[in-house]
Ligand binder design. Structure first.
Ligand code: NAD
Length: 351
């Protein structure tokens, strides 16, 4: 099969869906891999490295789409890319359709088979192609929060670890999945007072045991969320119900009761965001202010560490790219769950 690797077009999206190592594996299996010129530069990978691995460097995105059957991207196609997609393509990338109705309609109209990384699901409910980026975004959410809490950026001027005689910052993480766990590990490791809120009692049990009671666990009820948010310095939004629009667990009223200079990093923004006050931002202009609370709602956070993210993502997707290229999608139930749109039909629940 001819596999196309376009350069990402989203603002400051530095990742690429394949590395020379994964290209080599595909080429050795008899597939042809077209890589758009300079697609890897943002991740420190040169065109020559792709060529040495057996890939063909192609000028321009259009040629990649024209000559390929399978398009493997990182982020969802942008409106200016819609015209490049054909009915006979297979599109494999993050899609987050619940948050992008315009993309859903476009893919339906084209009739393409669109497989989303984030809904590929194993029998135990785990999401093998969301997890690698969630792990990274969770770690980064605390790094981002730490900087935003500094005074010059509009934050409170609070050091996460506190100081002798001064209390550490309070960090509240809503959603104890992959993003949440990694945010908690980082915040806890830095000495913050950490609260974890989840709707699933098993998650609360896990965090209670894992951190030996030193992370406060709270069930997800609006009044308890409000209480915890009131004196939190940093809040991380990390909820997910697979495929559907994120539940709005934070209201505008809750935000208005937080102290000015507090920070809210909504990692769940790619599924629409988990606060009434959330709206997507990009890495050029990542932060806005709602009633004194800094909101960071970037939809492609892992791009900040593009090299780590590219290698992590491409390794994870490779077995699935192989199955698609070998025309064995139907043999893998996890991959079948990833099919979001096929011949104009939406096959997942979006809200
Ligand atoms: N912005 C970015 O760049 C970026 C990067 C990676 C992941 N994400 C997003 O982060 C979100 C979380 O991803 P994840 O991999 O951690 O998901 P996950 O499925 O591992 O965890 C989600 C958690 O949310 C909990 N939850 C669901 N509804 C809840 C509610 N009403 N109240 C409290 N908890 C609730 C679930 O019980 C679960 O523990 C997803 O939307 C994902 O797409 C964004």
């Amino acid at each position: 099969m001819v596999i196309g690797i376009p350069k990402e077009r989203k603002v400051r999206e530095y990742r690429v869906s394949s590395t020379p190592q994964t290209v080599r594996v595909l080429v050795e299996r008899g597939h042809e891999v077209l890589v758009e010129r300079s697609a890897g530069l943002g991740s420190g990978i040169s065109d020559q490295e792709f060529e040495k691995a057996g890939g063909e460097i192609v000028e321009g995105e259009e040629e990649v789409f024209i000559r390929s059957k399978l398009i493997v991207k990182v982020k969802e196609p942008l409106p200016e890319e819609f015209h490049l997609i054909r009915k006979d393509h297979i599109l494999f990338s993050y899609l987050h359709l619940a948050a992008y109705p315009e993309l859903t309609r476009a893919l339906q109209k084209i009739g393409v088979r669109a497989i989303a990384f984030e809904t590929v699901e194993l029998t135990d409910g785990s999401l093998p192609l969301l997890t690698p980026m969630s792990r990274i975004a969770g770690r980064l959410s605390i790094q981002i929060g730490i900087h935003l809490l500094e005074k010059p950026g509009g934050g409170k001027g609070v050091l996460i670890s506190g100081a002798p005689g001064v209390r550490p910052a309070k960090v509240t993480v809503i959603g104890g999945g992959t993003v949440g766990y990694n945010a908690v590990v980082s915040a806890f490791g830095l000495g913050a007072r950490v609260v974890l809120i989840d709707i699933n009692p098993k998650k609360l049990e896990f965090f209670h045991e894992e951190f030996k009671g030193r992370v406060k666990t709270v069930p997800s009820y609006p009044e308890l969320i409000e209480e915890e948010l009131r004196d939190s310095d940093l809040v991380i939004g990390a909820v997910l119900v697979t495929g559907v629009i994120a539940p709005k667990v934070i209201s505008r009223g809750m935000i208005s009761k937080m102290e000015p200079g507090s920070v809210f990093v909504d990692v769940a923004i790619d599924q629409g965001g988990c606060s009434e006050t959330s709206r997507p931002t990009n890495l050029d202009s990542p932060v806005y202010n709602v009633q004194g609370v800094l909101h960071y709602c970037v939809t492609n956070i892992p791009s900040l560490v593009s090299r780590t993210s590219t290698f992590s993502l491409s390794n994870s997707i490779l077995p699935y790219v192989i199955k698609i290229a070998d025309e064995k999608i139907e043999e893998d139930p996890a991959l079948v769950k990833g099919i979001n749109i096929d011949e104009g039909r939406v096959l997942i629940k979006l809200n």
